[in-house]
Design a protein around this ligand. Structure first.
Ligand code: ADP
Ligand code: MG
Length: 182
């Protein structure tokens, strides 16, 4: 049976780093949504105010769906990107979570504007990606509190999820208190 794993979360939670190493370790196919969107011409424009690419999620869903439909049996496909969870076709959706205090340092070192940093930190505290994923995927959403973990530790947890070794409860990570402090 083939298996499709989406890895999503707020910018800088470690999606790309984790997905690169995970796909290497498991010999899995890897799709980076940002690259797919550029290659397939799914970028609608640039949001002037916020400075990031606007991607046609409907078309992205279609393109991803075609790739997933064509998977051979026994193929493992990893799809990483902060829009992946808005698409269909995953068997499991991993949401990487990072406490806003840790995330702030990572976002700051990426030269994001103050307003974009704040927007992303609030999105993380409110678990926007997790809630969106839950709308579609319910119990197939697995959140990992990745802020204090090494890449290897995160990968081990995902491997456990892929091979169904671990029970996970949605919503056990809660960074809401951080919002009260700002
Ligand atoms: P994303 O793809 O989610 O935007 P990246 O994989 O590009 O995130 O990681 C963002 C930054 O955070 C990179 O500099 C990366 O090295 C660092 N990083 C990611 N995961 C960890 C981790 N578990 N521990 C320490 N640094 C990390
Ligand atoms: Mg990335």
């Amino acid at each position: 049976m083939n298996q499709v794993i989406f890895i999503s979360g707020t910018p800088c939670v470690g999606k790309t780093t984790v997905a690169n190493e995970l796909s290497q370790r498991l010999g899995a196919n890897l799709i980076r949504v940002n690259e797919l969107a550029i290659n397939k011409d799914l970028v609608l424009g640039i949001d002037d105010k916020k400075g990031y690419k606007i991607i046609d999620v409907d078309k992205l869903n279609g393109v991803l769906g075609e790739i997933i439909d064509k998977l051979d049996s026994d193929n493992l496909l990893i799809v990483e990107g902060h829009l992946s969870h808005l698409c269909l076709g995953a068997d499991k959706v991993i949401i990487l979570r990072v406490h806003p205090d840790i995330l702030k340092e990572r976002l700051s070192s990426r030269n994001y504007s103050e307003s974009k940093i704040r927007e992303n930190l609030e999105a993380e505290a409110l678990d926007v990606c997790g809630a969106e994923a839950y709308d579609t995927y319910l119990d197939d959403v697995i959140e990992i509190n990745a802020g204090d973990l090494t890449i290897d530790e995160i990968i081990n947890q995902i491997v456990d999820v892929i091979f169904d070794k671990k029970e996970h409860a949605f919503d056990e990570i809660n960074f809401m208190d951080w919002l009260v402090g700002i």
